[in-house]
Design a protein around this ligand. Structure first.
Ligand code: ACM
Ligand code: ZN
Length: 535
């Protein structure tokens, strides 16, 4: 039955099925608003390889009466669909896709893509397929403006082909924020012209811990890699065409051992250090007592700001041991001169200064929820991951914004036994205690991919898919329309499409383990996940 073939993720908010199909063939014409040139090119590039059709592109005429025509229309008046929404009407004669903004047209195209036979994903001309699209009437728009994916390239550098691969898949599922974690104890991954040692020294390590956080085993293969400014620009522009915003993260004052291996003078002890070869929290962090540390970090941020158009810069701020600051004369002097009672307050002081610098450059500071307290100003964007729910909820009540990535639910690095597909799908970001009038301050949801145990695209895919697709749906559809059973059915149909796209996703028996396996799931969090379908 045709209905079985309609399997769209995220599920459209409103969809009515019609009679019959629209058939794309060699005579099909696309009539599009002239402002949509790039989106039209994306669409025709999508159709060409498998169909072999070079569909004609024509100027948009005001009567929508031609047959065998796909109309792509920008209409500001459709603002009730919100910035990213679209309306898609398909019948046997024509397709009318309209939206207030190009991004809506782009998302409508992703819906058309998912309505087409899956062979549309083939890279070479495929005969014997009828390129039909079922008649539907869809009105669709997202619940959240932030539907994100974080990739940690500090622990493992995966390279630009992996990033583009992820960006392509994010676009298919209408996700729009790529949070790029570029610095870690284990590696500094972005060239900074003013401080060449950051990459000359900080992007390389001799060996790497394997097997899990408690394991003593090491892989003796050296690991290295970083992005040049040109490569960063290439990726930003690639993402831009997919309507994906890139948010860079330069983690500070913790998770900074790779930078300190290159420039030990910005630590409390003066080093020497090596780029970490094991995982977990490291006690050497930037010295907040030294004025030179601020100069160093601000010069780095200066280059980051010039490179990334994002109005938001993520500075991490998570997991900062205070041990070195307690023993450092300069840190203690700073606390005295600034009247700070605790080392925790010293970190607040640090965050405040970095925020001031970013604000002066018209950028908003974002950080993991440890940087927030009840005194934090509401221009900071909080990124929730663990503890401090009350502070986060108060931040939202003050008008501050928060993105949600709860540990255990939105962390893609863990095994499916600990974070099953169902657990990922059931994750609701809006705090229960938050009054309705503040719900709009919740920007959205983000799945984070930490890469301690992820070394290549295959492992990356396995951890990411299909869990990321669950977040794509829950970030888009209204809460009351969530339905895990329906999602699973649509996902089964999607497997073949993922296979065709060359995605090494986990298999059903792996991503939704039985009750007993999930029961012992917690005990897997210190270990490297077992990925049986990859071996
Ligand atoms: C984090 O997982 N340390 C944000
Ligand atoms: Zn210090």
């Amino acid at each position: 039955m045709l209905e079985d073939k309609i399997s769209i993720i995220p599920n459209p908010v409103n969809m009515i099925l019609g009679e019959g199909n629209f058939n794309i063939n060699e005579q099909t014409v696309v009539q599009a608003d002239p402002k949509l040139t790039e989106v039209v090119k994306y669409f025709t590039d999508l159709l060409l390889p498998a169909t072999g059709f070079n569909v004609e592109i024509a100027e948009l005429k005001s009567d929508l009466t031609k047959s065998n025509t796909i109309y792509l229309i920008l209409n500001e008046k459709l603002s009730d669909l919100t910035e990213e929404g679209y309306s898609l009407k398909i019948n046997q004669e024509r397709i009318v896709l309209s939206a207030p903004k190009p991004v809506g047209i782009f998302y409508g195209i992703q819906t058309i893509r998912q309505l087409l036979p899956i062979e549309i994903e083939k890279k070479s001309e495929t005969s014997g397929i009828e390129w039909i699209i079922p008649s539907v009437d869809i009105k669709d728009y997202p619940r959240f403006s932030w539907r994100g994916y974080m990739l940690d390239e500090g622990r493992h550098f995966l390279g630009k082909e992996a990033v583009k691969h992820i960006l392509n898949l994010m676009a298919l599922f209408k996700m729009n924020v790529f949070h790029w974690h570029l610095t870690e104890d284990q590696g500094w991954r972005i060239e900074i012209k003013r401080y060449p040692l950051l990459t000359e020294v900080g992007s390389k390590r001799e060996k790497t811990q394997i097997g899990g956080f408690l394991s003593k085993k090491m892989d003796a293969t050296p690991h290295e890699g970083y992005y040049t400014p040109e490569e960063i620009q290439e990726i930003i522009s690639y993402a831009d065409k997919l309507f994906i915003k890139i948010i860079p993260e330069i983690d500070m004052p913790g998770h900074s051992k790779a930078a300190l291996a290159a420039y030990p003078e910005f630590s409390c002890t003066g080093g020497p250090f090596e780029v970490s070869t094991t995982f977990g929290i490291k006690k050497d962090v930037y010295c907040v007592g030294k004025e030179e540390t601020f100069e160093f970090l601000q010069n780095i941020l200066d280059e980051i700001i010039q490179l990334f158009p994002s109005d938001i810069i993520h500075i991490g701020g998570d997991e900062v041991p205070k041990k070195r600051w307690e023993k450092c004369q300069e840190c203690q002097d700073r606390m005295k001169s600034e009247h700070l009672e605790t080392e925790k307050e010293l970190q607040k002081y640090f965050t405040k200064r970095i925020k001031k610098f970013l604000s002066a450059h018209n950028r908003r500071l974002m950080g993991w929820n440890q940087i927030l307290d009840d005194k934090s100003t509401n221009d900071i964007i909080g990124h929730y991951w663990i503890f401090g729910k009350k502070i986060i909820t108060n931040h939202l009540r003050k008008g501050g914004n928060v993105v949600f990535s709860k540990f255990g639910s939105a962390y893609l690095d863990y095994s499916y036994k600990f974070t099953s597909l169902g657990k990922a799908y059931q994750y609701e970001p809006v705090p229960k205690k938050l009054q309705k009038e503040y719900h709009n301050n919740v920007l959205g949801i983000e799945a984070t991919m930490w890469t301690e145990w992820v070394r290549n695209i295959r492992e990356l895919d396995w951890q990411t898919f299909p869990r990321l697709i669950a977040f794509a749906e829950t970030g888009w559809i209204p809460k009351e329309q969530r339905n895990f059973k329906s999602f699973q059915t649509r996902l089964e149909y999607l497997h073949t499409r993922l296979d065709m796209l060359g995605v090494y996703h986990a298999q059903n028996q792996e991503y939704q383990p039985n009750f007993f396996k999930r029961l012992i799931g917690f005990f897997t969090i210190f270990k490297e996940p077992k990925r049986s379908s990859l071996s």
